[in-house]
Design a protein around this ligand. Sequence first.
Ligand code: DGI
Ligand code: FE
Ligand code: FE
Length: 415
Amino acid sequence: MKKGILGGTFNPIHMGHINAALSAKRQLQLDEVIIMPSGDPPHKEVKGSVTKNARFEMTRRAVEQYEDEGLHFSDFEYRFSGDTYSYIILGEFKKENPADELWFIIGEDSLLTFQHWVRPETIAKYVNLAVLPRKDEKTKKALKRTDLLKKAKEVSEQFNTRVEVIDSELFDVSSSYLRDELSKRHFGEDFSDELSADIPKGALSYIKEHRLYEDIRLTGPKVSFDYEEARKSLKNRLSKKRYQHSLRVSDTAFSLALRYSYPAYTARVAGLLHDCAKDIPEDDYFSIMKDNKLEVSKAEKRSPYLLHAKVGALIAKKEYGITDPDVLASIRTHTTGEPDMSLLQKIIFVADYIEPGRDKAMRLSEIREMAFSDIDLCVREILFDTLKYLESTKSDIDPATRETYEYYRREFQNG
Ligand code: DGI
Ligand code: FE
Ligand code: FE
């Protein structure tokens, strides 16, 4: 088989990578191109606050869509720990694929510096090189095609391997431009339309869900928010028990956010505030709902404490200056949930249930484990147990709780 290998940090992966892989495949008549995200490369820092796991997952989801066109995702390099120099990775890959003709896809810039890579002669033993020209309008540095072909020939002769220049130009988009664009977008703003031409669908939805690339300094609420100040204010407005519960939910949300690559500070704030309306008189719930022209449902009339979630979101906005719609939604839905929740909504829903001070619910240790292994299944199971509990106590069940359970049962059937 003839296989192409396209490595990179894919931070983030974009249509330039996909087009490069498809062009190389077409021109060199490769059977497939393997997209292989790197671990953390030794010679260059990975920019942005995105973890190796997140780069891996986002790339996997992006490539999924191009399976039929012969692009395949591989965790081959990712699995290596320690030094991941190309000569080592390609050597190991060749060992596992001894009969294959391998083409290593590199950019024009990499061809120019190929001599200075670590052990280029070793690399050349394992693979041929497929070179993607730089787009020349933007950079004066791009070589003229004749010069590039000359350079390719030079490298080919020096290292005794085939070097082919790909006809199509690199798609005019760069990861650093996209990181920049993504870092300007915050707080659940929908950017899918603007960037959908540049970023493959699977990757874009993953970026959105996990709010990757948000400026780390701004991942809290937009209006300057002082965690310590809010903590003190909650200490005054909540009972001691409720206040301590809020701190534990905050910490638990923080841990879950780290686990699922969500901006951790944002989750910490949402956790802190989620029950901010808990200890106000029920009459106030109704008047606050009315002031905000919000309808009180039948279930809420019968069990007014349910309203602490919706009213909590209103108070978080008005009194604590929270503008982040994702934070507000996570407070609003923390008691009943809602179908198709955002990652933060799920984090808060789960954190509230599993925080270390809880000890009454059944199956807690199982549910705690699930929280860190599969958050969707965990949401489903929490709802299952909650409904069972509510039925056993003959409580009035909010249709939202049932709808949420039905949604997660339907969508997440395995496990
Ligand atoms: O505010 P917390 O006690 O920290 O936690 P929470 O806001 O999740 O509220 C938990 C309670 O809410 C728990 O006893 C179950 C109850 N609950 C959840 N869904 C429903 C519900 N109660 C009623 N009546 N109906 C529901 O649909
Ligand atoms: Fe609550
Ligand atoms: Fe709570």
